[in-house]
Design a protein. Structure first.
Length: 240
């Protein structure tokens, strides 16, 4: 019997041949004909063709050592082969950017996929206030190629050169090259502390030239460790 309804027309696969393209807001389509790609471990939801996956952990001995020492990082797998790969992360929105000999610094939880031409590393953020929290770490992505990150909802890109800019550690997704970051500690005053505090003790302060991308959510996955920014136990676990 024929199937009635618009399901298979409304959600038909898009025909884009771009290396990275959005199938919809929450699903990324990657054309494997442009070469291998890195994708978050477990992010594959479907593929067509002949594609192989290799679990790279945190990406080599150097990155694995950093991950073990700092508790930060992101587990990545390398996809190789031919065809079309579809990746997603727990229904989060997907944002695609193209870097041209440029760099962004990304919360490890928000990294979804990137071209193999992009160099990546776990790095310590040089911020004066970070010493009070035991250190801050992020994932740097540098070079020329495509990068896909996830956000919980539609983000806002803030121009840090236009005004003093601050963000909640759990809501900041990434920032671009030329942006400096420091940690601001705001207790809300003695009266606020007596009443239990504001929950906004540690804030990320941005300056320089460029953009900060902030998502409209402070929630994280279980085990993500970003609760530390709220509880005041330290920011060393907010990226991971």
């Amino acid at each position: 019997m024929p199937i009635h309804g618009s399901l298979f027309n409304d959600y038909r696969e898009n025909v884009s041949q771009d290396p990275f393209s959005l199938q919809n807001k929450k699903l990324l389509k990657i054309q494997m004909g442009y070469g291998p790609v890195w994708a978050k471990t477990g992010s594959m939801v479907a593929y067509q063709g002949d594609i192989r996956f290799e679990n790279k952990g945190s990406g080599g001995l150097g990155k694995m050592f950093k991950s073990a020492m700092t508790g930060e990082g992101v587990d990545m797998m390398q996809a190789t082969g031919h065809g079309e790969l579809f990746v997603a992360d727990d229904g989060a929105d997907v944002q695609v950017v193209y870097l041209e000999n440029d760099m962004i610094s990304v919360n490890g939880n928000n990294v979804l996929a990137f071209s193999s031409s992009i160099e990546w590393d776990i790095h310590r953020i040089q911020a004066r206030g970070a010493a009070m929290t035991g250190g801050l770490y992020n994932v740097s992505l540098r070079g020329t190629g495509y990068v896909a990150v996830t956000t919980k909802g539609d983000p806002v890109a803030l121009d840090v050169a236009s005004a003093p800019t601050f963000g909640d550690a759990q809501a900041v997704v990434l920032w671009t090259a030329g942006v400096s970051m420091d940690v601001r500690i705001d207790t809300g005053g003695i009266r606020s502390m007596v009443r239990g505090g504001t929950g906004e003790t540690f804030q990320m302060a941005f300056g320089g030239q460029g953009y900060v991308l902030v998502q409209p959510s402070e929630s994280v996955k279980a085990g993500g460790g970003q609760q530390a920014g709220k509880s005041g136990t330290g920011l060393g676990d907010i990226f991971g």
